[in-house]
Design a protein around this ligand. Sequence first.
Ligand code: NOJ
Length: 744
Amino acid sequence: MRIQVLASITLLVSIFVAMPSLYGSPADVESRIDALLARMTLQEKLGQLSQSTAGYTRSDAQIRNDVRAGRWGSIMNLRDAQQRAALQRVALHESRLGIPLIFGRDVIHGYRTVFPIPLGQSASWDPELVRKAAHIAARETAAEGIHWTFAPMLDIARDPRWGRIAESLGEDPVLASALGAAMVRGLQGDSLDAPDAVAACAKHYAGYGAAEGGRDYNTTWIPETLLRDVYLPSFAAAEKAGAATFMSAFNDLNGVPASGNVFLLRQVLRKEWGFDGFVVSDWNAVEEMIKHGYAADSTDAAVKSLRAGVDMEMVSTDYYDDLPALIAAGKFDVKLVDESVRNILRVKFRLGLFERPIPAPPPASAMLAPDALAIAQRLATESAVLLRNEGSLLPLSKSIAKVAVIGPLADSRVDQMGCWVADGQPGDVRTPLAAIREMLGPDRVAYAPALKNSRDNSQAGFAPALEAARNADAVLLFIGEEQSLSGEARSRASLDLPGAQDQLVDEIAKAGKPVVLIVLAGRPLTFSKAAAHAEAVLYAWHPGTMGGPAIANLLFGDAVPSGKLTVSFPRTAGQIPIYYNHMNTGRPPRGGSGRISERVAPEGDTSRYIDLDNGPEYPFGYGLSYTTFQYSNLKLSSASMAKGGALTVSADVTNSGKLEGGEIVQLYTRQLAASLTRPVRELKDFQRVTLKPGETKTVQFTLSTASLAFHNERGELVNEPGMFQVWIAPDSARGLRGEFKAID
Ligand code: NOJ
């Protein structure tokens, strides 16, 4: 009886405390936080600062008890919607203060509907489409009762050996900023508390992409000027777009781990940018400061991270375990704890978690809805980059008598999804083989995988593949890198095609049939030997659920490629780092054959290899279409630009081919002399135009003084007067060039 009464009282109290009125009106977030903070014990506060992967490590009963006691502010990676709902009920109705949990999950490029990997998405250069995809990901995620995703990843990636280049938006800060901000807007929608919005997390703050040697988690050394000009703008853009949370990275930056970095977190993020959401550490990154050699023990790690401004600790439990004793001894100011709790509660209130109804398990129709699949297909189509098309082999005619579809990646559902697909299901994927069969009918398609997967070294399957090629009018060869070779902790020293894929291409070439290589990969690969056997090369990345139909449409002309590379493709891994916006040196190369001749340095003493050209295999910004575009008539509104002023730069772009097509027109500048050396080119803007055959459009850009600013030696953002070159260009290696003078 007594127990029953107690239970009813607890229920009443819990319902009561979960009512918004207790903590004020939804509009008045700060006083609601005050009301809560005033009632919280130190343990409850530290609980809010803790994120658990409880689903992996603890039993259901243990997690419930924890949540009831206010032990966790957040739980990540719980797989089951019902379990999430049950735990949220415990948090809201059975914990002393009724503070809701925030559930986090890695939804990196789609929840059930898988979009192309972010590097692929970036090749669309289409922020609006990328926003729509992120919004669909948010809709599917939120329907499952998940409030927060660890995306977008905004690390500038200049090293394709780094497996996480797959998750990046490429090597350029302007493009990554535009696309990253679009992802934030897509995930968070118009209002964070909308039922189809989730909180975004700008990660990995910061510098993570500059890992030495391309080895994941490795040390980074980035001078402040480079950090501010190249590595931070995408994060600043995400902050400006309203990103509710940030994730501190694993790496040490100039000797200070990002998860204990006062400069990054307090100076730049909070003070300069005014961020008022919360920062979560990456997985165990607080504790890993011990291995970095930056913290002596877990207590030291907790102190350094929290002081630096990491509000929530992911996985490790140093805050919760070690801070109470320090605080009791008067060695740590509880105000810092309060500040972090405040940041976390602010996001929880903004998400409406105190009022948000716990969703019922979503109907099947909430996933893979027709609009989701249509966007996924469009994005896969726009991401694919046509790298070569000799003799206009592509598009193939749909009345072709027979095609041979060959290769380990033609029908691999899981590999098509790419890295980071916690909730994507292979069964949902439509592969290229399936789509081509559907398009042409099964009788006109011969299929031979030849290799079990991209790493397979056995040539046992080559004979039937060669036979299929001999009997076909064209060969569609699907090669590249399977899903598990890119992503976190998947660094590679060689970028060559793994397994016996080069040998496979050599073998298939013996059939003497036209060959199209379709490369599925999570990074730029070095595949020039294979490409030499092919008339056409389509780089399709890991294109997601609808990659198959997108590729089939591109191959057979129902769609026209328009994607352009967002990273430089090296000729060999030995050229890395290779990126388009490099400095010039005092002895730039003069060009030349790149072959070692009798004179060892035939080009003189210049900054180049004696055995290879400096330039990439394919430059940043490059991509072909089935039609051709001519650039002409570059015009500048003035020969000079006054400080604070602007300049318009325009050029005519003409579709000189026979098909309608989209072209991504790029604007670059170079400052010829300044107080610090400046890159040989920097992207400033871009526009997509769609042109009918014969049509010309004048593409106009406004170049502002602000866009020409850079950080000087003292870390100040400055505009310096001087001569500038400007290009309107189809890629970073070509274009129409003009010049103007910036005057003070
Ligand atoms: C580690 C990864 O670096 C990060 O990107 C991810 O969000 C977290 N693990 C959580 O899974």
